[in-house]
Design a protein around this ligand. Structure first.
Ligand SMILES: Nc1ncnc2c1ncn2[C@@H]1O[C@H](COP(=O)(O)OP(=O)(O)O)[C@@H](O)[C@H]1O
Ligand SMILES: [Mg+2]
Length: 232
């Protein structure tokens, strides 16, 4: 088992008041699963993503990643774990505008202290994997939305992370380009990657094998997706 969340509750403290965001969540995710986490706005998706991504800790309960209790790590160990094990993909790509594709993809390896030559080779390989070998020198402003998201996927892949964590990855794309990105995720899943997708769109969740629906900070349903969209 890759991920185990046990009796997790998250409250945001704002002065005197506590805002409940997640309540008594239990969840297990295995290696090479492809899971979509769904729910309406305000249901707790981003809060859960932040915890899964080691960006935040639960208020109560435990998060085990590869049997390590993430909730017990100090800030330095948490960020080391995050950099090594989590590949983030965001709705708005989060690329650095002054860096070209190659430099953007190399960045997580810079933080990891990987030597320059190896960094470059791995970044080239990751860009090749997402079909952008011919766009290495382009800056984000010189790329289409779909290409920017591919660079972001390459950046997420370059560290060989334990999970790919994507928050509304098609939210800023037109539907055709969004489908291309979902096709890429499908291939990455077949390559053996573990993918967790956060979305409020059923169409997008339909690409995943398992759908978890959260509502008011609780797991409302957790089911195998029998209607999975087949990629042509
Ligand atoms: N940093 C924060 N401080 C206080 N309350 C927050 C914070 N982030 C989220 N919340 C609250 O927690 C609940 C869940 O929010 P969120 O996880 O962002 O939901 P979603 O991503 O599903 O829209 C909401 O009631 C929201 O207002
Ligand atoms: Mg959100």
């Amino acid at each position: 088992m890759l991920i185990k969340i046990e009796n997790l509750t998250k409250n945001y403290v704002m002065g005197e008041i506590e805002i409940p965001a997640l309540y008594d969540i239990n969840l297990e995710i295995n290696k090479n699963e492809y899971v979509a986490i769904m729910g309406p706005s305000g249901s707790g998706k981003s809060t859960l993503m932040n915890i899964l991504g080691c960006l935040d800790n639960p208020s109560v309960g435990h998060y085990y990643f590869n049997k390590v209790d993430v909730s017990s790590l100090d800030d330095d160990s948490l960020s080391a774990m995050r950099n090594r094990e989590i590949g983030f993909i965001f709705q708005n790509f989060n690329l650095l505008p002054r860096l070209n594709s190659l430099q953007n993809v190399e960045l997580p390896l810079v933080y990891a202290g990987t030597p320059a030559q190896e960094r470059r080779e791995r970044a080239i390989k990751a860009l090749d994997r997402v079909g952008l070998a011919n766009r290495m020198d382009h800056k984000p402003s010189e790329l289409s939305g779909g290409q920017k998201q591919r660079v972001a996927v390459a950046r997420a892949l370059v560290t060989n992370p334990g999970i790919l964590l994507a928050d509304e990855p098609t939210g800023a794309l037109d539907s055709k380009t969004g489908e291309e990105i979902m096709k890429l995720f499908d291939e990455l899943h077949k390559d053996g990657n573990t993918i967790i997708l956060i979305t409020h769109e059923q169409d997008i969740a339909n690409y995943a094998d398992r759908n978890i629906f959260i509502k008011d900070g609780k797991i409302h349903s957790d089911q195998i997706n029998t209607n999975r969209t087949q990629i042509k």
